[in-house]
Design a protein around this ligand. Structure first.
Ligand code: ATP
Length: 328
């Protein structure tokens, strides 16, 4: 058991739905274990400036259902410098903070690891990012909500697509990985799903679109991950290519963008956040540090941060196979 009397919690990097539920869980677990809890505003930026707020069980009333993060988030250039991290360490010292929980992505974890190397402040990470690209967990916080948002939006686009007999390319988030595209595309019944992990080529796309036209389909949806570059083309170039090569189609592009980050977290994300928050605080109390909470086979797990930041989760090949069958 470590002698932890005061724990700080903050959110860092891009926000994701479920971050508030995770803050709430950390604060309430601290209250339950009679540990003082402090919130840090604006991630490492606020740590450097000493922008702290005392938190108790009541400070987190009515936030489990809210998107965004009540502690705000930021990207801090200064924390990337040794001087910046020294300032942050001083601020933690002034407030007698023994350990912290960082809710964010792999960049935020890399920063925490570096900070721990230099100043030995214990920490646990909670993966909060809609992309679901962090190694060591089946799901990151916000992914499930983002999927539901994307599917709802694609369903709406399908309504207009079928009224006008149009083909829509719908771009969803996912710079390096296609988890959102693959899952939301499958869930929304897309004709094709284009992800960065696989370049299926333009021929296959045209063939598939021709086939769906021949089958008498009145509308088509192609879901494209933001980072996909089928034969080097982005979503607008794909549109042009299809218009040129399949003039039967009236093609439109819809980029869902930041709306996928917002909104009330799904029940799954709220439960996941609650479980991860408890695990994070209990782990610090047990003297553990430099781990990330995760969920694997529905069990809450700990993965060394050094491993979590090294790898990306691989796309589920079985889902690709199912998607191929569904689009036959
Ligand atoms: P997202 O997945 O949404 O991008 P992230 O946590 O990966 O979230 P980053 O902007 O990469 O977001 O990182 C958040 C912050 O972590 C940075 O603004 C910076 O302050 C800190 N950070 C990232 N990398 C390092 C590093 N190598 N050294 C020190 N601090 C870092």
């Amino acid at each position: 058991m470590a002698n932890i009397k005061k724990i700080a919690v903050f959110t860092s990097g891009g926000d994701s739905p479920g971050m508030n539920a995770a803050i709430r869980s950390v604060v309430r677990t601290c209250a339950y274990l009679r540990i003082v809890c402090v919130g840090i505003y604006r991630g490492y930026e606020g740590m450097i400036e000493g922008d702290f707020v005392s938190m108790n069980a009541r400070s987190v009333n009515n936030i489990i259902n809210k998107g965004g993060t009540i502690l705000k988030s930021a990207r801090s250039k200064e924390f990337r410098t040794k001087k910046g991290r020294e300032k942050a360490y001083e601020q933690l010292g002034f407030s007698m903070i023994d350990a912290f929980v960082v809710i964010g992505g792999d960049g935020s974890f890399t920063g925490a690891l570096q900070f721990n190397k230099e100043f030995n402040v214990p920490f646990i990470g909670i993966p909060g990012t809609i992309d679901n690209d962090i190694f060591g967990t089946r799901y990151t916080l916000g992914f499930d909500t983002a999927l539901n948002t994307a599917v709802e939006a694609i369903d709406k686009i399908r309504d207009t697509a079928s009224s006008h007999r149009r083909l829509f390319f719908v771009e969803v988030m996912g710079r390096d990985v296609g988890h959102i595209a693959l899952n939301s595309g499958l869930g929304a019944g897309a004709e094709e799903i284009l992800i960065p992990e696989e370049d299926l080529g333009l021929e296959r796309l045209l063939k598939s679109l021709k086939r769906s036209k021949a089958r008498g389909k009145t509308s088509s949806i192609v879901v494209v991950a933001e980072g996909d570059r089928t034969r080097g083309k982005n979503v607008y170039e794909l549109k042009e290519y299809v218009e040129k090569n399949l003039p039967i189609y009236d093609v439109r592009v819809c980029v869902l963008g930041h709306m996928q980050r917002g909104g009330a977290p799904s029940c799954y994300d709220r439960v996941l956040a609650s479980r991860m928050g408890v695990k994070a605080v209990e782990s610090l109390v047990e003297g553990k540090t430099n781990f990330m909470t995760g969920i694997i086979d529905n069990q809450i797990t700990l993965t060394p941060i050094s491993e979590a930041i090294k790898g990306k989760t691989k796309i589920d090949k079985e889902l690709i196979r199912i998607s191929d069958i569904m689009t036959t």
